[in-house]
Design a protein around this ligand. Structure first.
Ligand SMILES: Cc1cc2nc3c(=O)[nH]c(=O)nc-3n(C[C@H](O)[C@H](O)[C@H](O)COP(=O)(O)OP(=O)(O)OC[C@H]3O[C@@H](n4cnc5c(N)ncnc54)[C@H](O)[C@@H]3O)c2cc1C
Ligand SMILES: NC(=O)c1ccc[n+]([C@@H]2O[C@H](COP(=O)([O-])OP(=O)(O)OC[C@H]3O[C@@H](n4cnc5c(N)ncnc54)[C@H](OP(=O)(O)O)[C@@H]3O)[C@@H](O)[C@H]2O)c1
Length: 249
């Protein structure tokens, strides 16, 4: 078993509809924006651990995790009961390759997320590097209902600071919304609706695409992009697609 660091809860924010942000103070090694760590609690004498992406930028000493309470989920059922000052175990260092170092330079960076997978993109957007590497950045957040479009204050602040560089494009799939595109991300790529909204072309020559969240969205989006000639990034061969799935199908 990994050795755990004991973190202390600073705050648990309940947004809406089972969505929470947990803020923790913990003496862990520096991580890279886009990485995840593991959080654990002792439940019935056993350590139950799950991966969670950092939402905070690496320079922020308060670690933040955006999560959804999954019905019947063993760890999230307990995370939602945490109070300030409670202990949460956290892995000593960050992990994972959903980081800018694995994403080649390009003119446009498309950040495509569902639900709580907005988190790693907020962490990446808190770095200086991302603004230096990409001329245009499009942050896409796809949710079922408009009340799940959280972190608006933080996103609005980024939009104000980087008005020439950043666009925020929400998708709401299960109701009509005045501010969001309807339906699903892969369909909107296929139809051209996403590019029309962004006023940018998405092709293999000008774009890098990072995709995170629901595994079906990740694979359907990847298929649509591959049909356009984009390929997955690998250490051996640079492509345009970088992915992270939050659970297995
Ligand atoms: C690399 C990585 C990073 C992750 N980062 C996050 C994160 O930042 N925030 C987060 O909420 N979850 C994240 N997850 C998922 C997380 O690890 C847990 O699976 C989740 O919190 C549920 O834990 P559980 O013990 O309650 O239920 P589990 O038994 O772990 O999950 C039960 C089921 O819930 C569904 N589910 C799991 N996670 C999600 C989710 N995020 N949104 C919708 N449905 C889900 C899936 O159908 C899954 O099979 C990440 C997973 C991976 C692999
Ligand atoms: N969000 C809620 O209100 C709610 C309520 C009860 C339970 N839950 C539980 O929470 C989990 C789901 O979490 P969630 O609501 O964050 O996520 P989700 O089901 O992953 O939905 C987020 C967004 O991803 C879209 N999506 C799903 N499959 C896709 C695909 N193949 N291609 C492209 N887009 C796709 C959804 O569109 P569609 O709407 O078209 O699927 C939705 O817009 C489940 O475990 C569920 O049981 C959520």
């Amino acid at each position: 078993m990994a050795s755990w660091i004991e973190g202390k809860v600073v705050q648990l924010r309940h947004w809406t509809q089972g969505l929470y942000s947990l803020q923790l103070e913990a003496d862990i090694a520096p991580f890279v924006a886009g990485q995840f760590t593991r959080l654990a609690l002792e439940i019935d004498g056993e350590m139950v651990a799950r991966p969670y992406s950092f939402v905070n930028g690496p320079d922020n000493p308060v670690h933040e995790f955006y999560f959804i309470r999954v019905p019947g989920g063993p760890l999230t059922a307990r995370l939602v009961k945490l109070q300030p000052g409670d202990s949460v175990f956290i892995a000593p260092k960050g992990a994972g390759f959903f980081v800018l170092k694995e994403v080649p330079a390009a003119e446009h960076l498309w950040m495509l997320s569902t639900g709580t997978a907005l988190g790693p993109f907020l962490s990446i957007l808190a770095t200086d590097e991302v603004w230096q590497r990409y001329r245009n950045i499009v942050l896409v957040h796809a949710v079922r209902t408009a009340v799940e479009l959280n972190y608006r204050e933080q996103i609005d602040a980024l939009l104000a600071t980087h008005s020439q560089q950043l666009q925020y494009i929400p998708f709401v799939s299960r109701e009509t919304s005045a501010i969001a595109l309807p339906g699903r991300v892969p369909d909107a790529i296929e139809s051209g609706a996403l590019e029309a909204r962004a006023g940018l072309e998405l092709n293999a020559a000008n774009s890098q695409v990072m995709i995170c969240g629901n595994p079906a969205m990740v694979s359907d989006t990847r298929a649509v992009l591959e049909a356009r000639g984009l390929t997955k990034n690998s250490r051996r061969e640079a492509g345009q697609i970088t992915t992270e799935q939050y659970w297995k199908t």
